[in-house]
Design a protein around this ligand. Structure first.
Ligand SMILES: C[S@@+](CC[C@H](N)C(=O)[O-])C[C@H]1O[C@@H](n2cnc3c(N)ncnc32)[C@H](O)[C@@H]1O
Length: 228
């Protein structure tokens, strides 16, 4: 994937950065997105049509937003979240009422599951942060059952609205957190992340087939559903 050539992300530094911002992550996400991110996440999960007893994994689950939305939509799904930041996971654990969701610490480029395990895999705002993104996509393909679906959600088009976001985010992060560099990283990683058309080609090159794409906020955020 082209982003790796121009923006080299050391996994240890990315892990440390998310550990440092974990406490403020949810609050700032809502502020930056003007409260829209939850609705977008909800709609993206709803599109999947998850059924009772389906096995679903959220890779790069962070503080667990997507895992909780999956349970809200389909309480009888078997849901797992995986992330390599222990501090982000601590918050996910704290919000895990009745321990209905399984969380584990692990690396997206080496998923601890046999081939053909899951009916669904989801990833929100994660791929952009992974140094070896190709390997992560190969892993997702490997652990999905034949016919299983992958929902990828992240920033989309680099359009005018997206550029406004690039200006407001550092300002908000300066006001609300002391970790300005983490949010400068976020903007940089967003600016060099492939637009959805190119991303879909990358996914297809690993064997996935596109099922549905939905754009939000005039394309600033985009979700793609692909099947194996
Ligand atoms: C921007 S957050 C997204 C969190 C959550 N999915 C959401 O939508 O709010 C990115 C997450 O990816 C995790 N991450 C980045 N690289 C990873 C890797 N190689 N393996 C596992 N987790 C990783 C980080 O620890 C962080 O929690």
């Amino acid at each position: 994937m082209t982003q790796e050539k121009i923006f080299n992300k050391n996994p240890k530094s990315v892990q440390t950065m998310f550990n440092l911002i974990a406490d403020k992550y949810d609050f700032l996400n809502n502020a930056i997105s003007l409260g829209t991110q939850k609705r977008i996440k909800y709609q993206s999960i709803k599109n999947l049509g998850i059924k009772p007893c389906d096995r679903v994994i959220d890779i790069c689950c962070g503080t667990g937003d997507l895992t909780r939305i999956i349970k809200q939509i389909e309480p009888d799904a078997d849901v797992t979240g995986i992330d390599f930041s222990e501090k982000m996971l601590e918050i996910a654990f704290r919000k895990n009422e009745n321990n209905r969701i399984e969380y584990l610490q692990g690396d997206a480029t080496s998923l601890p599951y046999p081939d053909n395990t899951f009916d669904f895999a989801v990833m929100g705002f994660g791929l952009r942060n992974i140094q070896n993104a190709e390997k992560a996509v190969e892993e997702i393909y490997r652990i999905l059952k034949p016919g299983g679906c992958f929902m990828h959600l992240d920033f989309g088009k680099h359009n005018f609205l997206s550029k406004i976001f690039d200006i407001t985010t550092p300002i908000l992060s300066r006001i609300f957190t002391k970790n300005y560099s983490a949010y400068s990283y976020l903007i940089k990683s967003k600016q060099i992340f492939p637009e959805p058309e190119d991303l879909i080609k990358d996914f297809e090159s690993k064997g996935f087939k596109l099922k549905k794409r939905e754009d939000f906020l005039s394309g600033v955020i985009s979700s793609q559903i692909l099947y194996k």
